[in-house]
Design a protein around this ligand. Structure first.
Ligand code: IDP
Ligand code: MG
Length: 132
């Protein structure tokens, strides 16, 4: 069984969406392996979003992701990385379909409430960094 890393971002956590998001993953058929509330350091956040370092929104993104606690999770299931991304929806909530988490709970790309790993390799890295 594949594992993926998922994180409710500070906006989702502050809005009290953790329970509903966990329920969506459970309803889809994923198994929760681990979950914890984490306050990211700036160093961890800059590493996590390192692939976006050249983007104009990078500083804003790092400031946002460290602005409050996140809820980090490991989910297990068939093709977990791909299926979790499908459940999460498009990066920009304006383009995310209804029925996806971002489609139903978010409006703005800068506060799109949830992260999901984009590859099996990144999932392994992110799980290590958050759950070591
Ligand atoms: P993903 O979260 O769907 O994998 P990525 O391209 O990895 O999307 O981008 C990481 C995060 O950066 C997004 O979830 C979003 O919060 C933020 N982001 C992406 N594009 C923009 C933008 O144009 N403005 C502000 N934030 C953005
Ligand atoms: Mg990404």
């Amino acid at each position: 069984m594949e594992r993926t890393f998922v994180m409710v971002k500070p906006d989702g956590y502050a809005r009290g969406l953790v329970g509903r998001i966990v329920t969506r993953f459970e309803e889809k058929g994923f198994t929760l392996v681990d979950g914890r509330v984490v306050q990211l350091t700036r160093e961890h956040a800059e590493h996590h979003y390192g692939h976006l370092r050249s983007k104009v929104f990078f500083d804003e993104l790092v400031d946002f992701i460290i602005s409050g606690p996140v809820f980090a999770m490991i989910w297990e299931g068939k093709d977990a990385v791909k299926n979790a991304r499908a459940l999460i929806g498009a990066t920009n909530p304006s383009e995310a379909l209804a029925g996806t988490i971002r489609g139903d709970f978010a409006l703005d790309v800068a506060s799109n409430i949830i992260h999901g790993s984009d590859s099996v390799e990144n999932a392994e890295q992110e799980i290590k960094l958050f759950f070591q």
